[in-house]
Ligand binder design. Structure first.
Ligand code: FEO
Length: 395
């Protein structure tokens, strides 16, 4: 059912509580929302076309907002990932006269994904379009999250249709606005969404924020998560901080352990962190924790400690997966420590050191590598490693 942002701007989005893995990668225990909006003016517009889980209901909502007999003039495609463009063909079939407002880069995707070309009206960066009483301004924000991503700013109400930016995992439970939702309890899902989806493009998010600095934004209408009408500053500040890779003064400690030896080292490192005066310590077993949550917590904490054994002459495979994701996401600005163990060949710790240097982390000493089972000296060194991480964080 449509929900009013204003008399003329309505939300016609949908909660997805069926999909288990977003992009077939990221768990959705709380679901996810795909937001879509209708502006009803002299000209009529849908902004963002969503993944049509219930096509009939979606079209009914749009028709109800448009009013009897009114046609849809425009569809704004801010982003082509199919969770937002999946409904493009549906809308084109329902409203054959509809034009698609997009930018030059979007045109190629529309052709390649959906065979649509003639109905596209390309909008340049900064170009405006009057709808009657409302005015849309198109702001190109490439690589937040794909090359064609843009935002659409409705200038008379200050509504920013932001695409993936400022989004969150989590369906909208009973209300769509930030003042209708317990945002504190959603923070983890905002951070996880950022770390999993947008974090790799942090520099582009900061560029977009710079570009929007002079816009009088009153409401942020993202494609996922709440509509921020009461406190848009909260999500802007959170995104800015995450994009700068700032992080809280705590430590994420991720370990892998086949027979408990590396786990003993992990416990000693965690104790060392606490001895050094940091009590916000999050210890995670890489074999039991989905990488989506590990990435979230890596983004949350400024300190990171990684420990794993050698397996088949290489880094323990699940840790190898996690650090590959970390490298790909490009998370920087971290105080790091690494440790591990081996039986008949090394390899794990060398790879962890490589990851730390590759991501420009501040890798503190000692690097601890135990043979088979950690000795007393090894465990003392693990304590020292934990204390050193804490000292660097509190310096
Ligand atoms: Fe929500 Fe990049 O799509």
């Amino acid at each position: 059912m449509a929900i009013a942002l204003t008399d003329s701007i309505k939300w016609v989005g949908v909660n997805d509580r069926l999909t288990h893995l977003f992009e077939s990668l990221w768990p959705l225990p709380r679901g996810v929302a795909y937001n879509s909006y209708v502006i009803n003016d002299d000209k009529t517009v849908v902004v963002d076309a969503l993944k049509p889980l219930s096509p009939t209901a979606y079209l009914e909502d749009i028709r109800e907002v448009l009013g009897s007999g009114r046609d849809l003039d425009y569809l704004v495609v801010n982003h082509m990932e199919p969770d937002h463009s999946g409904g493009v063909q549906l809308l084109k079939e329902a409203f054959p006269e509809m034009q698609i407002l997009a930018n030059k880069r979007t045109t190629k995707f529309l052709r390649e994904f959906y065979g649509l070309e003639d109905c596209v009206k390309e909008m340049a960066d900064g170009e405006t379009l009057s709808l009657g009483n409302h005015e849309l301004k198109f702001v190109l924000t490439p690589m937040v999250h794909w090359p064609e991503t843009m935002m659409t700013f409705e200038t008379t109400t200050g509504t920013l249709f932001a695409g993936d930016a400022f989004g969150a995992f989590g369906a909208l439970d009973g209300g769509i606005f930030d003042d209708e939702i317990d945002i504190d309890s959603l923070e983890d899902e905002i951070r996880r969404y950022f770390a999993n989806i947008v974090g790799k493009y942090s520099k582009n998010v900061l560029r977009a924020l710079d570009k929007l600095a002079d816009a009088q934004v009153q409401t942020i209408a993202s494609t996922h998560g709440p509509v921020w009408r009461s406190n848009p500053k909260r999500i802007i500040e959170m995104y800015e901080s995450m994009s700068r890779h700032e992080g809280e003064n705590g430590v994420l400690l991720v370990f892998g352990s086949m027979y408990g030896n590396t786990q003993r080292m992990a416990e000693a490192v965690a104790e060392g962190v606490r001895e050094g005066g940091i009590i916000d310590i999050c210890v995670r077993d890489v074999s039991r924790t989905n990488v989506s949550y590990l990435l979230r917590d890596a983004w949350k904490y400024k300190g990171i400690a990684l420990g794993a054994p050698t397996h088949d002459q290489k880094l323990f495979p699940l840790m190898a997966d996690f650090v590959k994701f970390l490298e790909n996401k490009g998370l920087g600005n971290r105080v790091a420590g690494v440790f591990g163990s081996y039986g008949w060949s090394g390899g794990a710790v060398d790879r962890l050191v490589e990851v730390a240097y590759g991501n420009n982390w501040n890798l503190v000493k000692p690097v601890v590598e135990a043979c088979c089972t950690p000795s007393k000296d090894d465990l003392q060194n693990c304590h020292l490693l934990g204390r050193t991480i804490a000292q660097e964080l509190t310096a």
